[in-house]
Design a protein. Structure first.
Length: 179
């Protein structure tokens, strides 16, 4: 009985080993070569389509994409559909609320779900430390409905995140862009 078991075990191990060898050879050597040819053909077809389409695109499309915060101030103003001044105000519950005080730029027909006097919850904080936040923020919105793209803090009349530009100079630049 033990002899029969050992013969069956050896046969099973041999069969398993040969099956694994055939599976390995087919999985790692044969199929990738077959599939690789088809994948390479598909990639070549996609590359030729993309190169054909990109040759007919305007020059500005070929330029590397810059995120909003990487743009020059003038470009940020031009791309923004709404620019708002937000002032931080203490509330009775200890929260520092971000309240819209003024719109420096608001393109016609742009839908924005905030008005002067509204709180911008994404900028409000539960903290007593005003030094971290400054006096408020300048908020850039893009699109319609307007979506917040960037917010930079200010203290006094200087906007820190824009190279300490005075708020009045930003106001003038926004007026120039609107004209």
């Amino acid at each position: 009985m033990l002899k029969k078991f050992s013969e069956g075990f050896v046969f099973g191990m041999g069969f398993s080993t040969s099956f694994m060898l055939v599976w390995y050879i087919s999985a790692y050597l044969v199929f990738p070569r077959i599939l690789g040819v088809q994948i390479q053909k598909t990639i070549s077809k996609i590359e030729s389509t993309v190169s054909h389409q990109s040759s007919s695109l305007p020059q500005s499309v070929g330029k590397p994409y810059k995120q909003f915060h990487e743009l020059k101030l003038e470009e940020q103003i031009k791309q923004a559909s709404v620019i708002a001044i937000v002032k931080y105000e203490k509330s009775t519950d200890g929260k520092t609320k971000a309240i819209i005080k003024e719109f420096l730029k608001k393109e016609p027909k742009t839908t924005i779900y905030y008005n002067v006097g509204d709180e911008v919850p994404g900028l409000s904080v539960n903290s007593d430390d005003e030094a971290i936040f400054g006096d408020g923020a300048i908020v850039f919105f893009t699109g319609s409905p307007a979506t917040m793209k960037m917010a930079v803090t200010y203290t006094g009349d200087r906007i820190h995140g824009l190279g300490d530009i005075p708020i009045d100079l930003l106001r003038e630049k926004c007026k120039e862009d609107s004209a």
